[in-house]
Design a protein around this ligand. Structure first.
Ligand code: NCD
Length: 308
């Protein structure tokens, strides 16, 4: 490989990367079995610093690191570590930097991963910072679309749910701007519309999109429906959450009456009630594949950042 655009790099936002970078990543993810055989991270240590809850992101990074032969050290939750004694993030990161070869961080504060990357010499990978960015989720989401359709370009996308507080949805929308979708519908209750900094990127890139409130009216056009939960923990006023709760729900009856046959539904998970369980056994469902492919993409990413 001539230039590896990932080598030694921090991964903070999906917009730090080009389409070509992502294509390089995806072709490595296609070869994850071969990367596992090579155990290219033997002797390395990956730190997993998760200050916020996580199931898939944390475990798939851990699985990816271990499959490549690396060891992992980890923090989970602030209660268990010295943050509870008043230690600041800068000191925690400086310490991890001296223990590990790469740091994956998830934090409730926006900008935490960027801040960590300014302190650490080791590459820092953002596993989610507040409502802002979740670049590796966007990478695996786009990879899933590429697996399902053989391409990311030319498709019609709907992104449904909490576009205001949800970092997975925002990062997916930003990631789509690196490609050429036919159209993107941003579907949400008015209170949960995409934030201005996301809309500004779409506008500045001359991107084809619409903001709509109803899934039903656009559903027949969609190739991909990306669903997200309402981010209860990030909504400042609990009454606002109560008012929004259950305001959208994807059911098998709705899909059967309105969706294209080939529609695929993605969801970063965890799901609350926005996709009815009746959808799980249908051919529309692609979220379990998506979760599985997260390991392949993180294998490719860790390999490229640390060894490629
Ligand atoms: C997402 C997250 O943490 O932002 N989960 C994930 O990483 N798969 C989505 C969410 O919590 O709703």
């Amino acid at each position: 490989m001539p230039d590896n655009p990932f080598r030694g790099r921090d991964v903070i936002s999906i917009l730090d990367f080009t389409r070509e970078d992502l294509e390089e990543l995806f072709s490595h993810a296609d070869r994850s079995k071969e990367l596992i055989r090579r155990r290219s991270l033997e002797g390395r240590i990956v730190a997993l610093a998760f200050f916020e809850p996580s199931t898939r992101t944390r475990m798939s990074f851990e699985a990816a690191a271990k499959r490549l032969g690396a060891a992992t050290i980890s923090i989970s939750g602030e209660e268990a570590i010295s943050v509870a004694k008043g230690e600041n993030l800068a000191d925690t990161i400086a310490m991890l930097d001296s223990y590990a070869d790469a740091i994956v961080i998830r934090h409730k504060y926006e900008g935490a991963a960027l801040y960590a990357s300014e302190i650490a010499e080791a590459p820092v990978i953002n596993g989610g910072d507040g409502r802002q960015h979740h670049p590796t989720q966007a990478m695996l989401d786009l990879y899933t679309v590429r697996k399902l359709f053989g391409r990311i370009d030319g498709l019609v996308y709907g992104v449904l749910g909490d576009l205001r507080y949800g970092r997975a949805a925002s990062s997916f929308i930003l990631g789509l701007t690196l490609f050429k979708p036919r159209h993107v519908y941003l579907i949400s209750p008015p209170q949960l519309r995409a934030r201005s900094e996301v809309i500004e990127v779409l506008e500045s890139r001359g991107f084809e999109y619409n903001e709509v409130e109803s899934l039903t009216e656009v559903l027949p056009e969609l190739d991909v429906l990306y669903v997200t939960r309402i981010q209860k923990e990030r909504i400042p006023d609990p009454r606002e959450y109560e008012a929004l709760k259950g305001s959208y729900r994807v059911t098998i009856d709705l899909l059967k009456s309105k969706a294209r046959e080939g529609l695929k539904i993605l969801h970063p998970l965890p799901r609350v009630d926005e996709i009815d369980f009746s959808v799980d056994a249908s051919p529309y469902q692609a979220y379990y594949l998506q979760a599985r492919l997260g390991v392949d993409v993180r294998i490719a990413l860790l390999h490229l950042v640390l060894a490629g």
